[in-house]
Design a protein around this ligand. Structure first.
Ligand code: SF4
Length: 705
């Protein structure tokens, strides 16, 4: 006999995972999510990937934090992280909310008062809502008193944003993903959308089926390459050489859009002079793509009626990530492939709300809407908006993610508040990051699970999962969408907005936001780009695309149609030269490590590894190795291998992958048992301070430790 479980309510929301921002409906019975269905949202039209469809039951996992926890006085901040709840209680004891908040906020205030405003720092989260991001950065700027606030955008697209702001005056995408269906040519570079943006990948495949020519450029051959008109498997770390060679061809063969360059850009002469030396013939042996293919693809991109570029972390996570993005921007500007449907630049945003969290000012150098903290007018505006005395806000940019870890080492940062991020797993050189976090005088972590970071905390504040709260989330297309509460939080877990306000109160601030809509309303009055979006409209329409400056504006899908948001309205070419990776292979560490994500798991795995269906699909840590490399190492698929860099060592299973380049190994960063970021290099791009997750030197051996 089969008992049919019928939902007692349906709640329309959005997916909590990637930046595609698929709309979906939670089907709930007795405060439990039974299943999820896709909805007809602008980005997905009913489609969902495996994560969106099956990755929801983490919210009901027995590991959920349900009570505030305080570290036991005799528990050292060392030892390996454990998921075993019985061992957790050896390290922490339960506390009341009042005790936990007094300790958490009181001690942060004490550090600020004794050691100065720069002794504190905060990491917010791209997983939280726009309102949470906004309130968190406001707390750091007003309550802590500095701009030491950052989040994982620093680890993903910071370099893209720096290049975009510098070149075209806006860090967001110029065209939505769906525009691939209007393009004649689509370049996907340094991205693996079938894994990381799966529903976006389906639109790309649909476009190909309708005649769009897809060019995939990547050191790793992904599934999407099967649909490509040309697949260019360039050597890791040679993006600038390859892209400059393409630009050389476009200049040499007179394929530039002269009218566009003259009327809408500056700096072309410097760009042209810079690419003169980068002939395809010279660059071919460097990047591993033959000169004829470089010429063919350059012509195809330049001469089509509409060419669009989408890119991911393969472009951004290098010490030359900003330069990589500068080249992509220059390609689009020199050919006039921007400002129309089916053209433009689209950095595929990773987290569900990394676009919104950045827009909301969760970055150390910018207030909401990318207004620089050193800009006197912007500072005065926020002092007025936040009812502060003139001169209150710090005019100096704060520290970025990796810089904060270094500042802890130096003793200048002594206390941290981390909301919904897991730097013990996600930071480069994670052994160093863990040691730094462990050495803090005071670490407050707010999360839904006891993450590897929370394991090092002095106080843990149990928060709400995505389906347990209402808020807005901005997807990769600049679409602000409504996420609605479907279930109640477990035990004593509390909404993040409530917790932030309670910490703020202990730091001397008296905030009285009664409803999330009040925070949104304050945001839109501080952010011209979303000024026209009202809470009522979001309730009614579920999604509005910005820029939307006045109430009633429909929102703009394609931007830069007439001009660019820079002084004089013109975009700027910024030339780039080849800069090698910070750590090249050598005789001791002869191979290259590339890190990234897997289809079934999300980032550091704290949610998806507790989603039963997803963890059943990919339960074990794996490294993808070219079969010939595996053979040369003396191993076979399924063997245990050990990977070691100058910073650490891990052991995991080998999986043969003919799409991997020879000499390079790919490892996802979601497995706590084999935390690959123990090995990655913390070398930073000088412009964006993004670490080089996509390249470091390793050695590999078959067998465990
Ligand atoms: Fe969620 Fe992204 Fe999958 Fe859509 S594509 S269901 S937003 S993970």
């Amino acid at each position: 006999e089969v008992a049919l479980t019928v939902p007692d309510k349906q709640v329309d929301s959005v997916c909590p995972y990637c930046g595609v921002g698929c709309q979906m409906t939670y089907n709930v019975k007795d405060n439990k999510i039974l299943f999820v269905e896709g909805r007809d949202g602008p980005a997905n039209h009913g489609r969902l990937c495996v994560k969106g469809r099956y990755g929801f039951d983490y919210a009901h996992h027995p590991h959920r934090l349900t009570v505030p926890l305080i570290r036991r006085a005799d528990a050292p901040k060392s030892g390996d992280f454990t998921m075993d709840p019985t061992r957790v209680m050896d390290v922490f004891r339960e506390a009341t909310w009042e005790e936990a908040l007094e300790y958490a906020g009181g001690k942060l205030a004490e550090i600020r008062d004794n050691f100065g405003k720069k002794a504190l720092a905060g990491f917010g989260s791209a997983k939280g809502s726009n309102e949470e991001a906004y309130l968190f950065q406001k707390l750091v700027r007003v309550g802590f008193g500095s701009n030491n606030v950052d989040h994982c955008t620093r680890l993903c697209h910071a370099s893209s944003v720096v290049a975009l702001l510098e070149g075209i005056g806006s860090g967001a995408v110029s065209n939505p993903v769906m525009d691939v269906t209007k393009a004649e040519v689509v370049i996907v570079i340094g991205a693996n959308p079938t894994v990381n943006h799966p529903v976006a990948a389906t639109w790309i495949k649909n476009a190909v089926a309708n005649g769009t020519k897809l060019i995939v450029m990547d050191p790793r051959r992904s599934d999407l390459a099967r649909h490509a008109h040309r697949f260019m498997q360039f050597k890791p770390d040679t993006d600038v050489a390859m892209l400059n060679a393409m630009m050389h061809v476009i200049v040499e063969e007179g394929l530039v859009d002269k009218d566009f360059i003259e009327s809408r850009t500056i700096g072309f002469d410097e760009l042209r002079a810079n690419v003169a030396e980068y002939t395809p013939e010279k660059m071919a042996p460097i990047c591993g793509i033959d000169a004829e293919t470089l010429r063919y693809v350059a012509r195809l991109y330049a001469t089509s009626k509409g060419s669009m570029i989408l890119w991911g972390m393969g472009v951004s996570q290098h010490v030359h990530g900003t330069d990589n993005a500068r080249c992509l921007i220059a390609l689009s500007l020199m050919t006039g492939q921007i400002g129309r449907p089916g053209t433009g630049l689209h950095p595929l945003r990773g987290q569900n709300n990394v676009q919104g969290a950045s827009d909301a000012g969760l970055i150390p150098m910018m207030y909401p809407d990318y207004q620089h903290v050193s800009d006197e007018k912007a500072r005065a505006g926020f002092e007025k908006h936040w009812k502060l005395a003139p001169g209150t806000l710090d005019a100096n940019p704060g520290l970025t993610v990796v810089e904060i870890m270094d500042a802890i080492d130096a003793g200048t940062v002594r206390g941290m508040y981390i909301m919904g991020e897991n730097p013990a797993m996600s930071d480069p050189d994670a052994n160093h990051a863990r040691a730094a976090l462990a050495s803090l005088d005071h670490l407050v972590v707010q999360d839904i699970f006891l993450t590897e970071t929370a394991y090092l905390a002095d106080v843990i504040l149990p928060a709400t999962a995505f389906a347990e709260k209402t808020g807005t989330f901005t997807n990769t297309d600049r679409l602000v969408q409504m996420g609605r509460q479907a279930i109640d939080p477990p035990g004593q877990a509390k909404p993040d907005l409530w917790i932030i306000q309670e910490i703020a109160r202990r730091m001397g601030l008296d905030w009285q936001y009664k409803h999330v809509s009040e925070v949104f309303d304050e945001m839109r009055h501080a952010m011209p780009s979303i000024a026209g979006i009202t809470w009522d409209r979001l309730e009614r329409d579920n999604a509005v695309m910005y820029p939307c400056r006045k109430e009633g504006d429909p929102g703009e899908a394609v931007v830069f149609v007439e001009d660019f948001p820079r002084e004089s309205g013109r975009a700027r070419f910024v030339p780039a030269d080849v800069i090698p990776a910070a750590e090249r292979p050598d005789t001791e560490y002869p191979m290259v490590l590339i890190t990234g994500r897997q289809l079934e798991h999300w980032h550091t795995g704290s949610m998806t590894r507790r989603a039963s269906m997803l963890d059943a699909l990919e339960p074990d840590p794996v490294a993808l190795v070219h079969p010939l490399d595996l053979d040369e190492l003396g191993g076979k698929p399924g063997d245990v291998i050990t990977i070691e860099s100058r910073r650490g060592r891990i052991t995991l299973y080998a999986r043969a992958d003919a799409g991997s380049p020879r000499g390079a190994i790919f490892v996802p960063f979601c497995y706590y048992e084999a935390a690959i970021n123990r090995l990655t290099n913390a070398a930073l791009d000088p412009f964006a301070k993004i670490p080089e997750f996509k390249y470091c030197a390793i050695k590999v051996s078959v067998g465990g430790e």
